[in-house]
Design a protein around this ligand. Sequence first.
Ligand code: DX5
Ligand code: ZN
Length: 215
Amino acid sequence: MAIVAPSLLAANFLRLEDECKMVDESEGDWFHLDIMDGRFVPNISFGPMIVEFVRKTTKKPCDVHLMILDPGHYAEELKNAGADHLSVHFEACPHLHRNIEQIKSLGMKAGVAINPHTLVAELSDVLYEIDIVCMMSVNPGFGGQKFIPHTLEKIKQLRKMIDEKGLKVQIEIDGGVTLKNAASIMEAGADVLVAGNAVFKSADPKATIHQLKNS
Ligand code: DX5
Ligand code: ZN
């Protein structure tokens, strides 16, 4: 069964508390929170303050996806705000190993996110250190984009690499996940489905989450 992580980027922020309650009451597993700095990605979203608000609405894990430069500068603040998982971008971290060590020493699960152009092979050594790979299936920065089909091939490669090494790293797929493509993403070997628009713009978000879980 899929782990489902609704992405709040697609929520109605005028009703953020209700949106959080909906996810909390649903079969959704994690809250996916996208932090963007307008530098690593062309968009700006929100910061630790929103993580803190969301944290008050739920006991479910807050899965924070940092699309920012210099993520180490914010790790402690995000831990204090309530982040349980912290993913940093491979492409934004010249000292990735140091970032991972910092996240783990703060008591969070460590994730590494990779852009669509980044080779799965780049993760070979770092896989031993991390809990989650957040594989981008769109170019990061915006919700509502179309799933890049080649991602399925990358998921298979990563699944094989993780299994061959006997590791428990979770594969999280982020971007353009829908009820139509969720089954093929799971078949390729994913563990976690992030879904923004597919959930929050659907007529019945809880039912959509239920369907995603069973894809
Ligand atoms: C994009 C973000 C995603 C986004 C997904 O940069 O990392 O988490 O919210 O949204 P959808 O599911 O609408 O593509
Ligand atoms: Zn994300």
